[in-house]
Write a protein that binds this ligand. Structure first.
Ligand code: KIV
Ligand code: ZN
Length: 507
């Protein structure tokens, strides 16, 4: 029988923990729903003891996810474990994930505990977590730099206390495939006799080996791999989910393993995570990079035309990237549009489809042809769960070389009133944002602003990403238009709408 490898996604915890990758509550919920659609076995939703916002996010995710397990991280201390359970109690399938460091450097310099104290604390933490929850994962932080015999001792204590999963993290991305595989084999041979327990690995990418080390661990007997979408995570990131899954899928002959991942959801998940974090996917990134399926060299194109397998080891369709993008235009009907959305992996309700279909018609009027990338961008925007407190009615801009820019913006509030203000700024975007600040009555700090084009060509849509800061908190916003100033204004408004919605929800 084919071995089943469990995919534990930690985009919302280890991924979100990385600098400039933070997500707000609405974004975390959107990503969690997409991870469920992707078919992850476990999603780590956050670290509830870290902040009240983290606890609230884990609680919301736990309340709405039904088909994946929801895990929450906790240090091996009482208050963390209690907070994790507080956040998870409504989950259909909760998991408490508790950890303590086991390497000499961490025990001496960070924990200031003796090895015997660490064993006792690990055992106590698992027992305490088991009082709440029948599924408890225990991680030995910095396992790859720990003494293997000591690791076996800690894991034995954790399993005796009731751990259902033991996780071997390469916390600092230090190990090497052959070495890691030997460590996993040793632990599996010692621990599996003690009780029914899953062996898990969690690899960081400091030396670019996270995926290689995870695959070596699978060959050595690991049942679960921890990973993130697009390889997001602390420092150089975690092992990339899409790379591990597609390696197992493409080299089934070698690994003889299967996952529960719906691979056709990989591309949209990658784009969604990139959109909400504002972290672009590197162009030549394996599996999900823009060039991953592009054949430029003449000799390659010739080979691919003769037989795709000459240069393609997997198909773009297998990750949800349709090869023959059907071109839609202003004469295309709702039926064709809806079918295209379904083909691209979006299952939206009738109201959302109506809304994006209306946006599609406006876009089709502005652009000769609407591509799959355009439709995806529209659909990703439409699935946002934040209500529109402010909507753009119109704007006008006056700018030129050697002069300040002036922008007039008119916004409509959800109560139906409209307000118009003008402002002068250092360029049209600055002027527009100042006019919006004046309308909404705030002075917001613009922490990040980026513009990219969705497709090539003169009539390409511009996608704007902004990050605003207010009172020490940040919010991301996205906007899409063939007019880059309009895209920027929409992005700024979407960040403001999220901020207003969160302030009202958690007042
Ligand atoms: O990298 C690490 O060791 C972790 C643990 C908390 C699992 O993220
Ligand atoms: Zn980690």
């Amino acid at each position: 029988m084919v071995r089943r490898i469990h995919i534990f996604d930690t985009t919302l915890r280890d991924g979100e923990q990385a600098p400039r990758c933070s997500m707000n509550l609405a974004e975390k919920l959107e990503v969690a729903r997409q991870l469920e659609k992707l078919g992850v076995d476990v999603m780590e939703a956050g670290f509830p003891a870290a902040s009240p916002g983290d606890l609230a996010a884990v609680r919301e995710i736990a309340g709405c996810i039904r088909h994946s397990r929801v895990a929450a991280l906790a240090r091996a201390i009482e208050s963390d474990i209690d907070a994790a359970w507080e956040a998870l109690r409504k989950a259909e399938s909760p998991r408490i994930h508790t950890f303590i460091a086991t390497s000499p450097i961490h025990m001496q310099s960070k924990l200031r505990m003796t090895p015997a104290e660490v064993v006792a604390q690990a055992e106590w933490a698992v027992r305490h977590a088991r009082r709440y929850c029948s599924d408890v994962e225990f991680s030995a932080e910095d396992a790859s730099r720990s003494d293997p015999e000591f690791l076996c001792q800690v894991f034995t204590a954790a399993v005796r206390a009731g751990a259902t999963v033991i996780n071997i993290p390469d916390t600092v991305g230090y190990t090497y495939p052959a070495e890691f595989s030997a460590l996993v084999s040793l632990i599996a041979s010692r621990i599996k006799d003690i009780g029914p327990v899953q062996i898990s690995v969690h690899c960081h990418n400091d030396l670019g080996l996270a995926v290689a080390n995870s695959l070596a661990a699978i060959q050595a007997g690991a049942d679960q791999v921890e990973c993130t979408i697009n390889g997001l995570g602390e420092r150089a990131g975690n092992a990339a989910l899409e790379e591990i899954v597609m390696a197992l899928h493409t080299r089934r002959d070698l690994f003889d393993c299967a996952t529960g991942i719906v691979t056709s959801q990989i591309f949209s998940t990658s784009r969604l995570v990139s959109k909400v974090t504002g972290v672009p996917v590197q162009i030549n990134k394996a599996i999900v990079g823009e060039n991953a399926f592009a054949h430029e060299a003449g000799i390659h194109q010739h080979g691919v035309l003769a037989n795709r397998s000459t240069y393609e080891i997997m198909t773009p369709e297998s990750i949800g990237l349709p090869r023959n993008a059907l071109v839609l235009g202003k004469h295309s009907g709702r039926h064709a549009f809806e079918a295209r959305l379904a083909h691209l992996g979006f299952s939206l309700g009738p109201e959302e489809i109506n809304r994006i279909f209306a946006e599609f018609k406006i876009l089709a009027d502005r652009k000769k042809t609407v591509t799959d990338r355009d439709i995806e961008a529209l659909a990703r925007g439409a699935s946002a769960v934040v209500p529109e407190t402010w909507r753009l009615e119109r704007f006008a801009v006056h700018s030129g070389t050697g002069m300040s820019a002036a922008c007039n913006v008119c916004l409509v509030h959800k109560d139906g009133s409209s307000i118009e203000k003008a402002a002068v700024g250092d360029g049209p975007v600055d002027a527009a944002f100042k006019a919006i600040d004046a309308i909404v009555g705030r002075t917001l700090e613009l922490e990040d602003f980026r513009l990219t084009s969705v497709t090539a060509g003169e009539d390409a849509q511009g996608e704007a990403m902004v990050r605003i800061r207010n009172d020490g908190k940040t919010w991301n916003g996205h906007g899409l238009s063939t007019d880059i100033l309009e895209a920027s204004i929409k992005a700024y408004l979407s960040a403001i709408n999220t901020m207003v919605w969160e302030e009202a929800s958690y007042a």
